[in-house]
Design a protein around this ligand. Structure first.
Ligand code: 13P
Ligand code: SF4
Length: 354
């Protein structure tokens, strides 16, 4: 729906008043009404890197979800303030791995006698606590755009990888990019004693996958792929690696949100695409590329937004910018120094990956 012109004007005026004091980052899943005010847009890797690109900005307004704002705080200087326009913008996947559960998992690996061989690789979509755990245990962070490089690095450091919290990104990367088999992967269920695994299963595994997933990407099924191929002959199926393994295996292309945009920019006129990722992005791309004769549809028949990404709307952005312009700091995301120290180690390992 078109944005309220009064709110658009208020956001514009507050942003103008703040000038160089504010830097607005927008993830690709943000609403159109919000993304129009972003100074940069990107996937989670690009935004983590770009957060540090404007050291003179006093405020970094992160239009995205909580773990992204935490990462921005970790990677920027202490006097820069990272602000999340709605504190309820979390990520259900990130919530699937708590610090207590992960510490317990490490105990299980220690008891099985394999902890020294295990390198943790944590998806960006995790809390700062999990990133700190990862840094402390010699591991790295990855995003959907560098998971392959992260796994290659990790398997140079040790024989096994504990991948958390997204089982799908872990499994898809291991099987598609690392030549591992499905049998090399085991699923650690934090709600079961010993993760639901025997010590022998843990010793035999190469990839220990945390039992987490994205509920938005989990909606795409093999049936959605088969349906769209039947409906639109010649369609290219392009999905995010958070989709289930059978969906990724049936797709033509797989990649991060930034990859998806680049692929569509490079696509020839007349080509047809079904996209398996969040709906705000797919709709924006469909509108953007329709005049060039590229037909872009959502992979599933039912709509699915990421409800927490959608919490950042124009009223929240206006409130945030007007508060900052009036000298009132709101919704600051600040990671404590001890957590930050180790989380930063893990994030810097990621930024140093080839
Ligand atoms: P990207 O890194 O591809 O932008 O993905 C972030 C995300 O949350 C996907 O659900
Ligand atoms: Fe989290 Fe999924 Fe939303 Fe991404 S799309 S922020 S993984 S819930």
């Amino acid at each position: 729906s078109p944005s309220d012109p009064d709110l658009v004007e208020r956001a514009r005026a507050a942003k103008e008043k703040l000038g160089d004091k504010v830097f607005v980052l927008g993830h690709h899943y943000q609403r159109d009404e919000v993304i129009q005010f972003a100074d940069v847009t990107g996937d989670s890797f690009k935004l983590a890197r770009d957060a540090a690109a404007r050291p003179e900005a006093e405020y970094i307004v992160f239009c995205g979800v909580h773990f992204m704002a935490e990462s921005a705080d970790i990677l920027t200087s202490d006097d820069q303030k990272v602000v999340l326009p709605d504190l309820a913008a979390g990520c259900s996947m990130a919530d699937m791995a708590t610090a207590e559960q992960v510490a317990e998992c490490w105990d299980v690996l220690t008891e099985a006698g394999i902890a020294e061989q295990v390198v943790p690789v944590s998806y960006m979509n995790s809390s700062a606590d999990i990133k700190a755990f990862t840094g402390k245990h010699g591991g790295t962070i990855c995003t959907s755009s560098n998971a392959k490089n992260a796994l290659e690095w990790a398997f140079e450091q040790g024989e096994k990888v504990l991948f958390l919290p997204d089982q799908h990104l872990g499994r898809n990367t291991a099987v598609r990019d690392m030549g591992l088999s499905l049998e090399d992967c085991v699923l650690y269920n934090p709600h079961k004693p010993n993760g639901g695994l025997t010590a022998e299963q843990l010793r035999d595994a190469k990839m220990i996958l945390w039992r987490g997933h994205c509920s938005v990407h989990g909606r795409f099924s093999l049936e959605s792929v088969e349906d769209v191929r039947a409906r639109i002959p010649g369609v290219n199926v392009l999905v995010h690696p958070e989709c289930r393994h059978e969906v990724v295996a049936a797709a033509d292309y797989v990649g991060s949100t930034e990859y998806i945009i680049k692929a569509l920019e490079a696509a020839p006129a007349g080509s047809k695409w079904a996209i398996g990722t969040e709906l705000n992005l797919v709709r924006r791309l469909a509108n953007r590329f329709a005049p060039e004769g590229k037909e872009i549809v959502f992979l599933d028949k039912t709509v699915c937004f990421c409800s927490t990404m959608n919490r950042i709307d124009l009223p929240h952005l206006v409130w945030t910018l007007e508060s900052l312009a009036a000298g009132k700091l709101v919704n600051r995301i600040e990671v404590d120094p001890e957590t930050e120290k180790y989380a930063k180690l893990a994030l810097e390992r990621m930024l140093a990956l080839p």
